[in-house]
Ligand binder design. Structure first.
Ligand code: DP6
Length: 339
């Protein structure tokens, strides 16, 4: 009467950013977004879930510490998995009533400010879906844990289709290309230490939706064309177009943050220095060989091709000898399922 599964899920790094919701509870975005899914060998979340008639209540442990089972997003994900399981009928009505135990760990420092919620919720939903033997797309469930988590369900380059229905059934992730398509692609994560506590994505984007005029223009006038253009660049393996759009979209996202009132300042002086360095490297190379992108924090994520990793790492280490850099290889293994 005890069933248990363990799943590993990867981090994803957006090249077209998600910022702003049209529904806070279902987590429906104002615009579509695209990201690359990193391989699970260096940065990932690992979750073990089980249910048993002997469990007296639902319990969850994050990195070994028990948390209360009160989180709305966690409850929404579990309820949606159970609702679908009931509909699909592979689990007995009795088992559907059993309580669950969830145990999740990250193999990367949460303190580094790297998007842990995406891998965490993707992993939670993938493991629960396996426990309850769900069929079909589960990205729309992961989305209800954290928006960006829906993209970690698939490998390679992934688009989160914004959708336009009020019930969110058309807001899910789809693979653009698998990791073999552009298998020379790599991601370097430059960890920029930062002590100041920043506003989290959820609260930050709420303030942007309420106050930023630029966000409205971005959503209606800018992102649709960028989504189409960057997908074409990915299909064509056109690195320059891919890199230009990635950097411009990161810059516009941070411009929206500064247009938010009060402003959201995520990039530090070091972040801006890294951005300068990347433009300088491309200038000196005589072509675009590397792109930066920054999320809601000061760390830089660099997209580049394998052949340019040594040169770019050498330049980064020369200019920022104290910056810790973990090279993460983009082989884009999709959520790996194992029992
Ligand atoms: C800047 O997915 O963390 O990383 O949906 O409220 O959980 P919630 O927000 P979250 O936002 C991620 C924002 C971003 C851009 C991106 O990953 O697309």
């Amino acid at each position: 009467t005890l069933r248990m599964v363990t799943v590993v899920a990867p981090v994803n790094i957006a090249v077209i950013k998600y910022w702003g919701k049209r529904d806070e509870n279902l987590i429906l975005p104002l615009n579509g977004s695209i990201s690359g899914t990193l391989s699970t060998n260096q940065m990932c979340a690992k979750t073990t879930v089980s249910f048993s008639r002997n469990f007296t209540r639902n319990r969850i442990w994050l990195n070994g510490v028990e948390e209360t089972f009160e989180n709305r997003r966690l409850i929404n994900c579990l309820n949606e998995v159970r609702r679908r399981a009931k509909e699909q009928g592979k689990i007995s009505p009795e088992e559907l009533e059993y309580n669950v135990h969830i145990c999740s760990v990250n193999n990367f420092p949460t303190a580094a400010g790297l998007a842990s919620s995406a891998a965490g919720y993707a992993c939670l939903v993938a493991s629960l879906s396996k426990l309850y033997q769900l069929d079909g797309d589960i990205s729309s469930i992961a989305r209800q844990g954290s928006g960006s988590a829906c993209r970690s369900i698939y490998g390679g380059f992934v688009e989160w289709i914004a959708g336009d229905k009020n019930d969110g059934t058309d807001s899910c992730a789809v693979q653009v290309v698998d990791s073999n398509h552009w298998n020379e692609m790599r991601v370097l994560i430059l960890v920029v230490s930062e002590n100041k506590k920043k506003t989290g994505s959820t609260a930050g984007m709420q303030t942007s939706v309420a106050t930023s005029e630029l966000l409205k223009t971005r959503v209606s006038q800018v992102v649709p064309k960028r989504l189409a253009d960057i997908k074409q660049a990915i299909y064509n393996k056109d690195f320059k177009t891919f890199a230009d759009i990635t950097m411009q979209d990161s810059n516009q996202f941070h411009a929206v943050c500064l247009d938010t009132y009060p402003p959201l300042v995520y990039m530090s002086e070091v972040s801006h220095a890294i951005s300068d360095l990347i433009h300088q490297i491309n200038e000196e190379a005589g072509k675009t060989i590397v792109a930066y992108t920054f999320d809601a924090g000061p760390n830089a994520c660099l997209y580049l091709l394998e052949e340019h990793v040594p040169l770019v790492l050498a330049a980064v280490n020369h200019v920022f000898p104290t910056t810790q850099n973990a090279d993460t290889y983009f082989t884009g293994i999709p959520v790996t399922l194992d029992s």
